[in-house]
Write a protein that binds this ligand. Structure first.
Ligand code: IMP
Ligand code: MG
Length: 181
């Protein structure tokens, strides 16, 4: 893993592909046990969660279904715009279903808070949240995250689904913006 220059900003290796793979397998195992008698619906929040969700369900043992919400909050910036827009609703029936919301990263918690309120209106049987990354020091909303891949400092990260101005989602490991620039 080498550093990446984007303009004059330097991103350095942060979480390796192997470390991500190990952690995702652990999370999938925990979820497989927790939902062994049910058929949960994994609900990915687009765009960032698609790679994590894909690896998570490939390692999930048992039947499951998948659907997506699309939210927009960051635009093309490195800091949250502070507002959320719903760009795509769910297609499946979720009332009385066991839902697992899948996020790439929880920063302020605004997106998850918004999702929770939206989904409560659909009357699911249960709802849990799994995120690959959590920035605990950035949380501004009271949200309960049930499964966390990694807790990370409040720094901007890219790769494994996470973008910077829509690019770099295709990196197979995670990079962090270096202080030195
Ligand atoms: P929140 O609503 O403030 O919790 O922000 C969550 C959303 O912001 C995530 O789903 C990401 O799309 C985006 N986001 C937050 N932090 C980062 C980051 O460090 N890199 C890339 N996207 C981020
Ligand atoms: Mg994003």
């Amino acid at each position: 893993m080498n550093e990446i220059m984007i303009g004059n900003e330097k991103f350095v290796p942060f979480i390796s592909e192997e470390a991500i793979e190990r952690r995702v397998k652990d999370l999938a195992k925990e979820l497989s046990e927790e939902y062994k008698d049910r058929v949960p619906v994994f609900i990915g929040i687009l765009n960032g969660s698609f790679i994590f969700l894909s690896d998570l369900i490939k390692n999930f043992q048992g039947d499951c279904e998948v659907d997506f919400f699309k939210l927009s909050s960051y635009g093309d910036e490195k800091i949250s715009s502070g507002s959320v827009r719903l760009l795509k609703e769910l297609n499946c029936e979720v009332n009385d279903r066991d839902l697992i919301i899948v996020e790439d990263i929880v920063d302020s918690g605004l997106s998850i808070k918004y999702m929770e309120e939206l989904i409560e209106g659909h009357h699911p049987r249960s709802m849990k949240v799994v995120t690959l990354l959590l920035k605990p020091n950035s949380l501004k909303y009271d949200v309960k995250i049930d499964y966390i891949g990694f807790e990370i400092p409040s720094k901007f990260v890219i790769g494994y689904g996470l973008d910077y101005a829509q690019k770099f989602r295709n990196l197979s490991s995670i990079y962090v913006l270096s202080e030195q620039g």
